[in-house]
Ligand binder design. Structure first.
Ligand SMILES: [Zn+2]
Length: 414
């Protein structure tokens, strides 16, 4: 490698949080980067994943990230093209590489895919991506051979195009979007990936809800990522929220999450076309829920639960935040700065893991945080059960402890 080639970004190897940047997050990220006062430093970001639909608007935030030397990845969002919904979403439909019809398991897909790969890489290059995320399709359980071959072909094309024409060479990150079957038996996919010159793998399970899913599913997902890592392919875990800290304790370097999003993803419901009634209802429901992340609970709570906590005198002392987002400020407007708060807290949590020198100590650190979260959660439930608010549950913390204890033993032995 010569010195003119871009260097390998730290997020491929060290614990890193990558915020997923959409049109809602621009201001919060600008503010967090700037810091609370002229004299205090802001959040230090080691990478960000920008959705192509947002990047296509060339927002000033992208220049700001570039001037701060924050490596940017562009999510090409090609998995949104395998259902009818993208035709109803103008920004997706207008991406320069968007197909004219949903991609299905038939012969036409292969032809469309070739152009799609080139278009998506050129787009990422123009947007200033530090690494390319290879455009991919989900590994659907139905017609598995078709999707395996299609993804193999798309990745081969992306590898061949990297460093040619309008696409200057950058590290290439494969994208894997497994369904239940592929998660249960990841070997087939991993073996194919090993044939390509890739530097990392972005993994987005088709359906994952770390707060609701059972222990076995979460453990299976963690094992899939650990297998990739063991094969020398560092994984980036897609949209996992606080569960990302459990994964990092298990040796997975990076994860992403939208700021304050519920920690969940469901591709089939994202890609299903909306009925006219549903479209109308969405327009009326603009604004949504004002979720707030509480670090001691390791959980993002619904707006009404967050308000009940900060209004409760006996509880709120547990949840004081001393970071740049909240310093010298009361709890009253926490919901207004919730995205900025999320970014500060998450960056701080991951920095603590990065500063912890060994895998065994990282497991201990997160284990202890989760045991504390269980205790804080019990206190929240006791206090709120006396009032009128309904009570959030924190059962997922026990499941996360289960994943960490079980898979952590394996990680330590590896
Ligand atoms: Zn804060």
């Amino acid at each position: 490698m010569t010195s003119t080639l871009p260097s390998r970004p730290a997020f491929l190897d060290l614990p890193t949080f990558l915020p997923r940047v959409t049109q809602h997050d621009g201001r919060a990220i600008e503010q967090a980067l700037a810091g609370p006062t002229l004299f205090d430093r802001g959040v230090k970001l080691d990478g960000a994943i920008v959705e192509a639909t947002f990047a296509s608007e060339s927002p000033p935030l992208l220049r700001r990230l570039a001037s701060e030397n924050v490596p940017q990845l562009i999510d090409p969002q090609t998995i949104r093209f395998c259902g009818g919904r993208f035709l109803q979403v103008e920004k997706l439909r207008q991406l320069p590489y968007a197909p004219s019809a949903p991609i299905t398991a038939d012969g036409a897909a292969a032809k469309v895919a070739d152009e799609l790969v080139r278009g998506a890489l050129e787009f990422q290059s123009r947007a200033g991506a530090a690494c390319y995320i290879a455009p991919a399709m989900p590994y659907f359980d139905r017609d598995p051979g078709f999707w395996l071959r299609l993804n193999d072909r798309m990745l081969a094309i992306a590898s061949a195009l990297n460093g040619t024409g309008e696409i200057p060479w950058r590290p290439l990150i494969a994208q894997v979007v497994p369904g239940p079957r592929a998660l249960a038996e990841p070997e087939l996919i991993i073996n194919r990936l090993l044939d390509h010159p890739i530097d990392a793998v972005y993994v987005q399970a088709q359906r994952l809800n770390p707060v609701r899913d059972g222990l076995e599913k979460l453990a299976q997902y963690a094992r899939c990522l650990m297998r990739l890592k063991a094969e020398g392919l560092p994984p980036i875990a897609g949209r996992v929220g606080s569960f990302g800290l459990v994964l990092q304790a298990l040796g997975i370097p990076s994860f992403d999450s939208g700021l304050n999003q519920a920690e969940a993803f469901d591709l089939s419901s994202l890609n299903r076309p909306l009925t006219e009634f549903e479209q109308e209802r969405r327009k009326r429901a603009r604004g949504g829920d004002r979720r707030v992340y509480f670090e001691p609970l390791k959980t993002t709570l619904k707006g009404r639960h967050a308000i009940a906590i900060v209004e409760n005198r006996t509880l709120r002392g547990r949840f004081t935040c001393g970071l740049g987002c909240c310093q010298h400020r009361g709890f009253e407007d926490l919901a207004d700065r919730r995205r900025e708060h999320y970014l500060w807290v998450r960056a701080h949590e991951v920095e603590a893991l990065r500063d912890t020198p060994t895998g065994a100590l990282r497991i201990d650190l997160v284990h202890e945080q989760l045991r504390d979260a269980r205790e804080h959660g019990a206190a929240v439930r006791r206090a709120l059960a006396r009032g009128t608010a309904d009570v959030p549950d924190f059962d997922h913390i026990d499941r996360w402890i289960g994943v960490l204890s079980h898979e952590g033993g394996l990680a330590a032995a590896a």
